[in-house]
Design a protein around this ligand. Structure first.
Ligand code: MG
Length: 203
């Protein structure tokens, strides 16, 4: 199982980090050991002093595919969930400035807290899906999938040109604006269409 993450898929988020708007989807990966499920807490590691939350809609791949055409991409996932792409922003900034890969800032243990999944048929339109993050009860991120630069189906078509998608693979589809640092004792709650699917405490 692998975790594929799309970067800079919401214009306002790309702008808040002073990144260019991509012309093609940009992706990186996290290993299975990054997963944090069942509302397990995240323990703040010693190697970073500026870990950020990025709330993202997550797709779960249900069949194997390579070179998937965009028009068939919707048949490769039924379940939609929400996750947090935890990012050591201080380390990522160093990587960017040196032109190094991002794994050390993105792929560490516990860097992919993941909530419950819902069948996509429960939603009227997955390309117009509200999702949000509360930190200590206060809304910090409030996005809608209609603001994605690259749709779910475009992402699947693009990524599968390079990487075979397999059953159970997860795709984090990018974060809207409002990212910020996590702190000890913070309480994160993530929602899709008002339904709470993820609860995370920082320890
Ligand atoms: Mg992200």
């Amino acid at each position: 199982m692998k975790i594929i993450c799309i970067g800079r898929n919401y214009i306002e988020h790309a702008k808040e980090l002073s990144n260019p708007i991509p012309k093609k989807p940009m992706f990186f990966m996290k290993p299975e050991t990054a997963l944090l499920q069942k509302n397990m807490p995240f323990f703040y590691p010693e190697f970073s002093e500026n870990i950020h939350y990025e709330t993202e809609i997550v797709l779960k791949i249900k069949k194997i595919g390579k070179h998937i055409q965009e028009k068939f991409a919707h048949t490769y996932y039924d379940e939609i969930g929400i996750g947090i792409d935890l990012t050591a922003r201080d380390i990522q900034d160093q990587c960017k400035s040196k032109g190094h890969p991002w794994e050390i800032a993105k792929a560490f243990d516990g860097s992919a807290p993941l909530g419950k999944f819902i069948n996509k048929r429960k939603f009227e339109d997955i390309n117009n899906l509200n999702f949000s993050l509360r930190v200590n009860g206060e809304i910090r991120q409030d996005g809608n999938t209609k603001d994605m630069i690259f749709s779910f189906d475009k992402i699947i078509a693009y990524v599968s040109q390079f990487v075979t998608l397999k059953i159970g693979d997860l795709i984090f589809t990018g974060t809207p604006e409002g990212v910020g640092p996590i702190k000890l004792d913070d309480h994160f709650e993530a929602y899709i269409e008002g339904k709470k699917l993820l609860d995370l405490k920082i320890k």
